[in-house]
Design a protein around this ligand. Structure first.
Ligand SMILES: Cc1cc2nc3c(=O)[nH]c(=O)nc-3n(C[C@H](O)[C@H](O)[C@H](O)COP(=O)(O)O)c2cc1C
Length: 196
């Protein structure tokens, strides 16, 4: 069984259009054999950003190589997944801060990446990461888009060779009906699932 980690950062939950894309992906994946889905709903986690004590604890644990400490569970889970799917809306040119806090917790030298004299290298097992998002405006090839581009860079950092993004763009512009945009994105998801 291949382990698929689904990281849910659809803050608006049932009201979220990004969640609709994620639901479509998971529904399609459940029809395929050989995959076990592990869902991590970030909104239900008590994730902490690095404040004084929390940061110092991390430094101490890393110096002592105590990688089995519970605070590193997110990093282990991410590093061990065979495939990763992240769903998050486009907020303020990137994604909600909650996802950044999660990523902050993922970056653990000795678990998700390593370093040597030539630099850092990713040590995650996954061969693919799929990022699902929806955006109010249109951002195709726009450098102002720093959500998907950031996740893509992190993918490279973690050593995950394949990155795919499915984005429903222009949802708040009124240029096209929302359902039509979502259907196009779902068709793209189906194409990705076919070669998953
Ligand atoms: C806090 C917040 C910030 C947003 N920032 C942007 C933005 O910078 N650019 C944009 O095009 N849309 C922006 N939007 C609109 C969302 O990207 C769009 O409505 C998206 O579909 C929301 O996803 P959801 O339905 O999954 O919550 C923002 C929405 C919110 C609530």
């Amino acid at each position: 069984m291949k382990k698929v980690l689904f990281v849910n950062c659809c803050i608006r939950r049932e009201g979220s259009r990004t969640q609709k894309l994620a639901d479509h992906f998971l529904e399609g994946l459940r029809k395929k054999e050989g995959y076990e889905i592990e869902e991590l709903c970030l909104m239900d986690e008590s994730l902490s950003y690095f404040t004084d004590g929390f940061f110092e604890q991390r430094e101490r644990l890393l110096a002592d190589k105590q990688f089995d400490h519970p605070r590193f569970r997110y990093a282990h889970q991410f590093a061990e997944a065979d495939k990763i799917v992240i769903a998050a809306p486009f907020w303020d040119l990137s994604f909600p801060a909650l996802l950044k806090v999660y990523i902050e917790n993922l970056c653990v030298e000795g678990i998700t990446f390593g370093c040597n004299e030539t630099g850092c290298f990713g040590t995650c097992k996954a061969d693919q990461l799929i990022y699902l998002t929806t955006r109010g405006g249109f951002y195709n090839d726009n450098p102002m888009e720093m959500g998907s581009r950031y996740i893509w860079a992190m993918c490279d950092f973690f050593g995950i060779p394949r990155y795919d993004c499915v984005a429903g763009d222009g949802l708040d512009t009124g240029v096209r009906p929302v359902e039509e945009i979502l259907e196009d994105a779902k068709a793209e998801i189906d194409r990705l699932l076919a070669e998953f």
